[in-house]
Ligand binder design. Structure first.
Ligand code: FE2
Length: 371
């Protein structure tokens, strides 16, 4: 029956990123970290003082990026249970739509599991319409309709002044893509899920011949909306001589979840310098990577010596090139990390860098004794 509904695609053409909602052990400290290390401003708060007993949430904003970090104040509730199972991580990859009721109805009709039915929330600044569906693992997608809302973040939150500030502004601009790690042989079913429920089509795929080292491997496919605004790469582990980095993630996260979020900058050199000065740690790149770089990517505007100093990676496709770098995990578990990306025409996700990156990731994995 579901196949007959494939053409009833939800909210096609009007999808965009809304916010990422992190469930964490200590939202007060997480908010401070994302403010002072990554340059976000804490703009709003919800908690017992504002009519939300049992939790504390901080909304953070930077240009086109919105994060929310939430902790439970109780020993057991859905937030505490999520943190117990997964550690700190992204619970909700929330998407902005023009009609949350239609997006939800169409996604559910196409086979998505509903989590929260469409409902309105109001305050003095207007109203939003929210609805939530399930995706891989315990991760969800909320649909957010906020055209009629003018407040700092959402009803239930109060505006906050005097956010802590990063010593060096990294000038992050927005989300490029958000990557899910799923289990063995689960990639294709999740690619089909996004095709069916969101009308996404497949942009690119990498198999284990592209993405493998001597030891570990993964497979990856990227699905996207028609405008290439919302891009979801989906990774699954592949067999290698030793444990795949995707398996390590699945072990430590307790199942599928968001592996990394790629954040756009217009000047990756200035951004990475600022982030490093603020204390953000990045994966280091083997020095040999830069010896072969000019030959692999041709002429680029940036100095290769500078890229080497900062460990920034470069990849090229037929449309141009892109620069990228990956942070170390953002929490003690080797789970979620960020990518910083600057596109100079390229639509690539860095296939040419996987090998160099994996060598580097595996060095870190070996230090943890998990390779
Ligand atoms: Fe990425």
């Amino acid at each position: 029956m579901a196949t007959q509904l494939v053409d009833r695609v939800p909210a096609r053409g009007s999808l965009d990123w809304d916010h990422l909602h992190f469930y964490v052990g200590n939202a007060k400290q997480a908010a401070h970290f994302y403010a002072t290390a990554f340059g976000f401003r804490i703009v709003a708060y919800a908690g017992p003082e504002t009519g939300s007993p049992g939790r504390a949430s901080y909304a953070l904003v930077q240009a086109g990026l919105r994060f929310v970090v939430t902790s439970s104040l109780a020993p057991s509730d859905p937030i505490a249970d999520h943190v117990r199972a997964h550690g700190d991580g992204i619970r909700d990859v929330a998407l902005r739509v023009s009609d949350a009721r239609a997006a939800y109805a169409n996604a559910v009709a196409a086979g998505a599991r509903g989590v929260t039915e469409p409902h309105e929330e109001h305050d003095a600044d207007g109203h939003v319409v929210l609805a939530t569906i399930a995706t891989y693992g315990d991760t969800v997608h909320s649909f957010v309709e906020r055209d009629a809302y003018a407040g700092a973040f959402m009803p239930g939150f109060v505006a906050v002044a005097n956010s802590p500030e990063a010593p060096h502004a990294p000038n992050l601009r927005g989300i490029d893509h958000c990557v899910g790690n799923v289990g063995w042989d689960e990639m294709d079913p999740w690619v089909a899920f996004y095709a069916r429920t969101f009308g996404f089509s497949q942009l690119v795929s990498f198999d284990d011949r592209d993405i493998s080292t001597q030891y570990t491997a993964l497979r990856s496919k990227v699905v996207s909306d028609a405008e290439h605004r919302v891009k979801f790469p989906i990774n699954e582990p592949a067999r290698g001589l030793k444990k795949s980095q995707i398996e390590e993630y699945l072990d430590f996260y307790g199942g599928p979840g968001v592996q990394h979020v790629a954040i756009v900058t217009d000047d990756i050199i200035a951004t990475v310098r600022a982030l490093r000065s603020n204390g953000v740690k990045f994966l280091e790149t083997p020095a040999s990577y830069y010896d072969a770089l000019a030959e692999r990517v041709g002429t680029i505007d940036e100095s290769i010596a500078t890229l080497r100093d900062l460990s920034i990676l470069v990849d090229r496709d037929d449309r141009g090139y892109m620069l990228q770098i990956f942070t170390k995990p953002l929490q003690d578990r080797p789970t979620l990390f960020f990518e910083i990306i600057q596109r100079r025409g390229s639509l690539s996700f860095g296939k040419g860098n996987f090998k160099a990156l994996f060598v580097s990731i595996e060095e870190e994995q070996a230090k943890r004794g998990n390779l």
